[in-house]
Write a protein that binds this ligand. Structure first.
Ligand code: K7E
Ligand code: CUA
Length: 686
């Protein structure tokens, strides 16, 4: 069904449209240069007169060019998937590029009704419960998602899995890209907040979850007066079992770190494969207390000119873990800080100044750390780091971690502007860094092997494009791989301010698409997209043809949580209601436009287990199912079997029905669950 993207027809069409657009530009700019925002002229009917439309809508030549670059006609698919964190929604957005159309929201950490996630369906309830319990004993149902990470093979996105972290509760989720559904949530057993995740190693052997705020590992209480002695940072390495499509909890481990606030991490690649790099803040060990007359965190944690880039030898750490050289905290293996130092698997390099972002270049040779409170990005050379480690150092921090000499590991510093945060890469030897305070994207030239790819001298700022406004992350097409594509970049702006029609005091985010295919100073914003959710920190962009999602589940009776057929799934012709004492089991099928059975008669107090198989094989023939008053809602995609359980605590008549408008007789796709009152005084029935 998908269009052949290598066909020349779209190209031809684009060329023709470009020529038409260019003609329109000339005419519009001659006639209408003073009337920029005029939208008074009405466009009547299906005119193909581009000049007239442009004039009527007050479009500039640049607007028309941008529109032509991103417009995607009905039925044509996008070239890229953008997987964006859904921020506080605890979910993931799937967006097509270059059209910037939202195609899906994947429920991850938060109940989501349409997908029937967290409203009874057993598999989804299990995933939520597995994700840890809140203080009151109920499953955590929200998350602060930050960094989605696509699975990789040989340093290239492979389109199989997506991981994402929850900063608020230090959790990591696994999404299977065959059906775009979350399969697993792991709760970090030793700390409460994370940030440096999720990042994967080049073959997805490990999923990195770096910590954030210092705390006593293992959730023990200790007064904040004991911060230096009792509080700690950490980094966790989750082993990924690709075959099982799950994190192997019992093959995973953590490293104890000083109680600095570890921030963003990245995996080494190619030459630096096997190493992990995390920036940090609050090496001051500030403990706040502005109400007591102490400096507030914002200044207390920003005193030092230098913080510490954490340089971790992951391969060596894995050996130390395998040798059992660990301490158990909450039954989870942790390499103690002293061991990490003694085994030479942890080093620091000074980094200016309260930095944010740590990004490894596509060749693995350089690590870019953005200054945040310094107008520079600092480039560290991996070979220089290795040489400095080899040469040894006597300098250590207060915890005994060796500190490498800044000048001997620093390759370059590039002044970009105010508030540099995150860096991405292209195929032309450029790096791109978001500038939060400047509200801009900076393009700058890399050195080393990248030097030959463009005309610009190495390590220099080439151009800046203003964005609207307060940019956080940027993400480039295939931007974290060993071979970025270099055509598109999305600026993820936190403030929209005046970009969209007013919607009250809570405004959307603004994702802006930048065309980075030209070199030099050519880097226009071509599309603004409001994202009606806060606050998606990061996203990754993958070539669409790398994914092979299922159209429908492979076989009827498919359990998405085992990714296999379940033998017990209700089959057509074998639908029934079984009773065993107070336990009732319903075997139901769904097909346009009826459920079988259409009557389920039970008694108050029964424990009900209900299975429904959607026996459809047609694309998009999803049925929903709800029982009023019982807060049950499931989505049953073609082939899928869903199970839910409940206690029939309320008697009465309940009309269950299909919630997806699946056919002309969808309204008739219903049935009655009759719950007969039972005599409370008598013994349980049967
Ligand atoms: Cu800069 Cu969580 Cu990656 Cu937000 S983080 S922007
Ligand atoms: Cu099935 Cu509506």
């Amino acid at each position: 069904m998908r269009l052949n993207r290598s066909s020349t027809r779209p190209l031809l069409l684009v060329t023709v449209l470009m020529i038409l657009a260019a003609m329109a530009i000339l005419i519009v700019s001659c006639r209408n240069s003073t009337e920029q925002a005029g939208t008074n002229t009405e466009i009547v009917g299906a005119t193909e007169d581009i000049n007239a439309i442009a004039e009527a809508r007050g479009l500039t030549p640049q607007d028309i060019a941008n529109a032509v670059k991103t417009f995607t006609p009905s039925g044509r698919h996008d070239e890229y998937y953008l997987f964006a964190s859904g921020g506080q929604s605890g979910q993931v957005y799937v967006i097509g590029l270059p059209s910037m159309r939202i195609v899906k929201q994947i429920a991850v950490f938060t109940p989501e009704p349409w997908q029937g996630f967290g409203y009874g369906a057993e598999g989804t309830m299990n995933v939520l419960e597995q994700g840890g319990l809140a203080a009151d004993g109920t499953p955590l149902t929200w998350a602060d998602t930050h960094h989605p990470g696509l699975s990789e093979t040989d340093g290239e996105y492979d389109g199989q899995f997506l991981f994402i972290n929850d900063k608020a509760n230090a959790r990591v989720a696994v999404i299977d890209l065959r059906d775009f559904e979350v399969k697993q949530i792991v709760k970090n057993p030793i700390t409460l907040s994370d940030h440096g995740g999720t990042f994967v190693t080049p073959d997805t052997d490990w999923i990195v979850e770096g910590g954030q705020y210092g705390m006593p590992l293992g959730f023990e209480y200790s007064s904040i007066d004991n911060y230096e002695a009792d509080y700690r940072g950490m980094i966790t390495f989750w082993k990924f079992d690709r075959e099982a499509g799950r994190i192997a909890y019992d093959q995973s481990f953590a490293i104890e770190l000083p109680p600095y606030w570890q921030d963003l991490c990245d995996s080494g690649k190619l030459v630096s494969d096997g190493w992990i790099f995390c920036n940090s803040i609050n090496t001051e060990l500030a403990t706040g207390g502005v109400e007591l007359g102490n400096p507030p965190f914002e200044s207390g944690a920003s005193q030092n000119d230098m913080d510490f880039l954490h340089i971790i030898n992951l391969n060596k750490a894995a050996e130390v873990y395998a040798a059992g050289n660990v301490e158990m905290i909450n039954d989870f293996p942790v390499i103690p800080l002293d061991t990490a130092i003694a085994e030479g698997l942890l080093y620091f390099a000074p980094e200016p100044k309260s930095p944010h972002g740590s990004d490894v270049t596509p060749d693995g040779e350089f690590i870019i750390v953005a200054g945040k409170l310094d107008p520079h990005v600092t480039v560290f050379g991996f070979d220089k780091i290795m040489a400095a480690i080899e040469a040894g150092t006597s300098d250590t921090d207060a915890y005994g971690v060796p500190i490498l000499d800044f000048d001997s590991v620093m390759e370059a510093q590039v002044e970009l502007g105010l508030g540099p945060l995150h860096t991405q890469f292209d195929d032309k030897g450029y790096a791109y860094t978001s500038l939060f305070l400047d509200s801009a994207v900076a393009r700058w030239s890399l050195g080393g092997s990248f030097d030959e790819l463009n005309e610009d001298p190495p390590w220099t700022l080439v151009t800046k494009t203003p964005v609207q406004y307060n940019i956080g992350h940027i993400t480039a097409a295939e931007g974290d791989t060993v071979s970025p594509d270099g055509n598109w970049l999305v600026a993820m702006n936190k403030w929209a301010v005046d970009r969209f029609m007013p919607v009250g005091p809570l405004l959307p985010q603004n994702f802006q698409l930048l065309d980075i295919s030209g070199g030099g100073t050519d880097m226009p914003v071509v599309y603004d997209m409001p994202l009606p959710d806060g606050e998606p920190h990061y996203a990754q962009i993958i070539k669409a043809d790398k994914l092979a999602p299922w159209d429908v589940y492979p076989e009827v009776g498919w359990d998405p949580h085992t990714q296999a057929v379940w033998d017990g799934a209700p089959k057509q012709g074998e639908e029934r209601v079984e009773r065993d004492g107070n336990n009732v089991t319903v075997y139901m099928t769904a097909i346009r436009s009826h459920f079988t059975p259409e009557r389920v008669e039970i008694k108050k107090g029964d424990h009900v287990t209900w299975h429904i198989t959607n026996v459809e094989r047609a694309l998009d023939a999803t049925h929903g199912f709800t029982i009023p008053a019982y807060n049950i809602h499931v989505s049953i995609e073609p082939g899928e079997v869903v199970t839910f359980e409940f206690d029939a605590m309320q008697d009465g008549v309940f009309s269950y029905y299909c919630t997806e408008f699946c056919s002309a007789l969808h309204l008739e796709m219903m049935g009655y669950m009759m719950v007969e009152p039972s005599d409370e005084a008598s013994a349980p029935t049967d």
